[in-house]
Design a binder for this molecule. Structure first.
Ligand SMILES: *Cc1c(COP(=O)(O)O)cnc(C)c1O
Length: 527
């Protein structure tokens, strides 16, 4: 019985017990409140005391409060979010529809078989499609994020190694360019890490890889590798890399966060990996960025299928990584809809368009910023790393200043200083039109000109539009304006900004201080 149980239901329950016990009973008209929580466990202190929990107690107020928060957020509804490695693509309305339909939402995968049949079919079909896409034989939908997928995949690898009498293998080889979650998951799963270097072109340094693999031959459990690499390059040696690792008796874990550059063109199974995770909230159209539920399924080759996460409801809970048998099952219809509506041809075309868009940006920005890495054929993958270190050296303007200045132009910053310090990583995805890409390029080139003004002494080194960015409305309209440039240059640097101005809520914040202090002291000032 919980807060959704109504009076008729309680009366039915009472009648069942009364009949079973052969006793009289009386219908009730009201459910008395009560619970069995022991007094010692009941909270005595006050809770949710912050004003925000006590202010919005009517639907009108709540609606306006949520809208106010929404307006503080520069989102995909305003402009491209080019966060490299994050694949911020369209979350189409048609894909999101099931989330507001009771047929999908008022159900749980553990309800009786006949009721859940449709959902199970959706889960099975989706699993089959993910197997086809990755070229693998088995899938688990349990992990709730990419990082959770890495952890689950490594547990599967460990279980397999134990099964073949190789349980002593406890080292994971990870290239220096890897996403931070790779080493974190490896440690969490109880492995020790061996780092291998990257060469000047951003590829795994093959000599170092061979040496490290050989050196740790008998203890090596796995290699974790991202393809295309986090440097945005299709590494030509990827098949050879897998072979080297297999020759040592270890497994290859492919980080699938960059699957948006693979779907329909190649896949981890074809390349020779043994496990990969997918980020349904990146490559497969689920929304992310607001801390909502993610899905990081793992797909595995035939020999690893018996070791996939179990669940009590499957009769075997080995390697279980989530309390629910299919993880965040409620959002699987988004990905299912995406794959079914796109079809094989559509998915392949999306991959090609994503790669084309990144290369278009790389080409248009080549003569100004330039890209840090390119593949042997001169092209980038589906994302690219924009060089900002020369600018910093020559002018003192940092990649951080460029990221902040982009907000004045209505753009969310690209990925900052990852995986290469002093750079910006840009991933446009297939969702952006040529017009939007052109506007972004126009903005980046205009920022380039602003940098040149600093370089040439036309703008002050310590008081310019870049180091003071972003410029919120309260500064622009203030009666006090003491900068060496105009308000118009600060807020409306190009014509297209007038059409779609996004006002940031606060001026420049101290990033490090902000990261270390969860609640700013003036929380609510601009609320
Ligand atoms: C996003 C990402 C991850 C982690 O995925 P989460 O869902 O954020 O946990 C791992 N590796 C790479 C390369 C990524 O871009």
């Amino acid at each position: 019985i919980d807060e959704t149980t109504d009076v008729p239901a309680v009366n039915i329950l009472l009648s069942i017990f009364a009949i079973a016990a052969g006793k009289d009973w009386e219908k009730i008209c009201e459910i008395p409140m009560g619970n069995n929580i022991s007094k010692s466990l009941k909270r005595q202190s006050a809770y949710l005391t912050h004003e925000v929990f006590n202010k919005y107690h009517t639907e009108t107020e709540m609606m306006r409060y949520i809208k106010r928060l929404d307006r503080k957020d520069v989102s995909l509804a305003h402009s491209m979010i080019s966060l490299g490695s994050c694949t911020m693509k369209l979350n189409a309305a048609a894909e999101m529809l099931p989330l507001s339909r009771p047929e999908f939402m008022n159900i749980h995968p553990l309800v009786p078989e006949d009721q859940a049949e449709g959902y199970r079919k959706l889960i099975d079909n989706l699993s089959d499609e993910l197997k086809t896409i990755t070229g693998f034989a088995g899938v688990s939908l349990q992990p709730n994020s990419g990082a959770a997928g890495e952890y689950a995949g490594l547990r599967v690898i460990r279980a397999y190694l134990e099964h073949i009498g190789q349980g002593h293998r406890n080292k994971v080889l990870i290239p220096a360019s890897a996403h931070g979650t790779n080493p974190a998951s490896a440690i969490q799963a109880g492995f020790a890490i061996v780092t291998c270097a990257c060469d000047a072109h951003g590829n795994v340094d093959m000599e170092d890889l061979r040496a490290k693999a050989e050196e740790n031959k008998n203890e090596l459990a796995a290699l974790m590798i991202t393809y295309p690499s986090t440097h945005g390059i299709f590494e030509t040696e990827i098949v050879e890399i897998c072979n080297i690792i297999h020759a040592c008796g270890a497994q290859v874990y492919m980080d699938g966060a960059n699957m948006n550059a693979q779907v329909g063109l190649t896949n981890p199974g074809f390349i020779g990996a043994d496990v990969c995770h997918l980020n349904l909230h990146k490559t497969f159209a689920s929304p992310h960025g607001g801390g909502g539920p993610g899905v990081g399924p793992i797909c595995v080759a035939e020999h690893l299928v018996p070791f996939l996460p179990g669940h009590v409801s499957f009769g075997n809970a080995a390697n279980e990584v989530s309390a629910a048998p299919f993880g965040s099952a409620g959002i699987l219809p988004i990905t299912y809809g995406y794959i079914r509506m796109m079809g094989a041809e559509g998915l392949t075309r999306a991959t090609k368009t994503a790669i084309l868009s990144a290369n278009y940006l790389a080409a248009c920005l080549q003569d100004t910023y330039g890209t840090v890495y390119r593949g042997v054929n001169g092209y980038v993958g589906h994302e690219m790393i924009l060089e900002c270190r020369n600018v910093h050296e020559e002018t003192g303007i940092s990649e951080n200043d460029i990221a902040k200045r982009l907000m004045d132009y209505g753009y969310h910053a690209p990925t900052l200083s990852f995986p290469v310090h002093g750079t910006l990583m840009i991933e446009p995805t297939e969702s952006e039109s040529l017009a939007e890409l052109d506007n972004f390029i126009h903005v980046m080139l205009n920022i380039w000109n602003e940098i040149q003004e600093v370089k040439e002494g036309k703008a002050d080194k310590t008081d310019n539009v870049l180091v003071n960015a972003p410029h919120p409305e309260y500064e622009i309209v203030s009666d006090k304006w003491e900068h060496s440039y105009t308000r118009e240059k600060a807020a409306y640097p190009i014509e297209s900004v007038r059409d779609n101005k996004f006002w940031v809520n606060v001026a420049r914040v101290d990033n490090t201080l902000g990261d270390r202090n969860l609640l700013p002291t003036c929380y609510g000032c601009f609320d």
